[in-house]
Write a protein that binds this ligand. Sequence first.
Ligand code: HEM
Length: 235
Amino acid sequence: MASRSYVVSASTTETPRKRYPGGAKGFVEEMRFVAMKLHTKEQANEGEKEVKQPEEHSVPKWEPSIDGYLKFLVDSKLVYDTLESIIDKAAFPIYAEFRNTGLERSEKLAKDLQWFEEQGYAIPEPSSPGITYAEYLKEISDKDPQAFICHFYNTYFAHSAGGRMIGKKVAQQILNNRELEFYKWDGDLSQLLQNVRDKLNKVAESWTRDEKNHCLEETEKSFKHSGEILRLILS
Ligand code: HEM
């Protein structure tokens, strides 16, 4: 079978226009490219990071506990409450584009926590990883829309990918396969995600290259905060 070959022009006499991986497909693809590299190989095939924290091992190796999972759900709810109220308030007009996308998780998590309560579990107060992340999101949302949009993208899209794998695994291991509302969307999830990708691409079209780079650079912080919250599952 003939293999496709690509010729890359590498002339040294002209200044090459810098290419950004994924950029030809739109800015979301650039954000995705940066995010995928920050996964470990155990988390996702495209990952490149070395495993250093417990949640960076492959999900099938996890030994979750209900107490840890509840802490994770409570802190996740605080983060989604915060993201969704920032979008509602829309300190920058672009945030208003992301109202009612169908990806919102706050009400779903409220239902799940109510269910756990009805089963007799004590619902913990939010803990430091969630509180710290929520404070950070509030702080940047008022002054740095590019950074905020990076967290918005990573949080909702991570949940639709690795988040769902985690939900399935934890349900099998400790919830008798009960599927939580957190992992259910009203409507076709891939269509909802595509609608948000289209809006993100449109918003980023008006950004300068420096603003785009600033947004991409924020991805590491998003992984750091979300990683700390994920780690609660294994606590
Ligand atoms: C246990 C932790 C995690 C696991 C197992 C995991 C796993 C995955 C997998 C399997 C994919 C799909 C790859 C594909 O399209 O083939 C993915 C996508 C993604 N993940 Fe993660 N991930 C984890 C944590 C995170 C974190 C902490 C973030 C950032 C906060 C993140 C952000 C993303 C993003 C933005 C995508 C792209 C989604 C898309 O293309 O629509 N992930 N992840």
